[in-house]
Design a binder for this molecule. Sequence first.
Ligand SMILES: NC(=O)c1ccc[n+]([C@@H]2O[C@H](COP(=O)([O-])OP(=O)(O)OC[C@H]3O[C@@H](n4cnc5c(N)ncnc54)[C@H](O)[C@@H]3O)[C@@H](O)[C@H]2O)c1
Length: 251
Amino acid sequence: MDRVAGKVVLVTGAGSGIGRATAKLLADEGATVIVTDINRSGGLETVQQIGGRARFEEQDTSKEADWKRIIEDILAREGRLDGLVNNAGIAGPFPSTFESETVEQWQRILAINVQGVFLGCKHGVPALRSSGGGSIVNLSSLAAFLGTPSLSAYGASKGAVRQFTKTVAIDCARKGYKVRCNSVHPGIILTPMGEGILPNDKAKERVRGSIPIGDFGAPADIAYGILYLISDESRFVTGAELVIDGGMNAI
Ligand SMILES: NC(=O)c1ccc[n+]([C@@H]2O[C@H](COP(=O)([O-])OP(=O)(O)OC[C@H]3O[C@@H](n4cnc5c(N)ncnc54)[C@H](O)[C@@H]3O)[C@@H](O)[C@H]2O)c1
């Protein structure tokens, strides 16, 4: 019940799916959680489900001004930041091949999935350092390892997150910042985003059958991996890729 006791952790996109499950688990394990999302009602619902040791702030992770405001506010109110989960992300429309993808869709996906993670690291690292060190978890995807013909911009964005995570990890380690940075790579998880690539029951059963472990993942399956990476149990882990996908990447 106290794997992250006393830590202050910011979770972006925590108004739904994996972010909500992560915020709840971190709070269960003793953290104070700052829940942020572009979706106010979803974020407030997460805070209500936690029922204490959590507060909500509206944030668009693609906007630098929002990051400055959120981080300054945390340092003023909580006095420290120990963990950052760069979870907010978008996919779709599904399917989007490289031939059908528009420049506007491509730029929107990269602005949130890649620029959002870059800004989180840029503004989060100084706050983590000033708190004596900490841990960043970036949500990448199984898509970072594979061709994704039906999600072309999404796959590219998650490949970028995987690589950028290692850059931050090594730069911080070599500079003695005491800030770790790792990526998490979910397979297909039943959230609003995951359901979006399973348009009907037939498609769902076909995809389920292709997962070695025989089923889709749940948001909590990813939250437990993130909990480990935010906790001090992973103090020697940085620049790593934690794949949680029911075996799909091992085929
Ligand atoms: N569900 C899956 O199968 C799966 C697989 C691999 C990776 N992921 C990754 O996990 C993360 C969470 O996905 P999920 O399945 O929980 O999705 P979700 O759609 O259920 O939740 C994403 C949340 O991010 C928020 N968000 C979107 N744009 C934002 C912005 N600009 N600023 C702040 N918040 C924003 C949304 O409002 C939503 O609450 C994403 O980065 C996603 O790419 C999910």
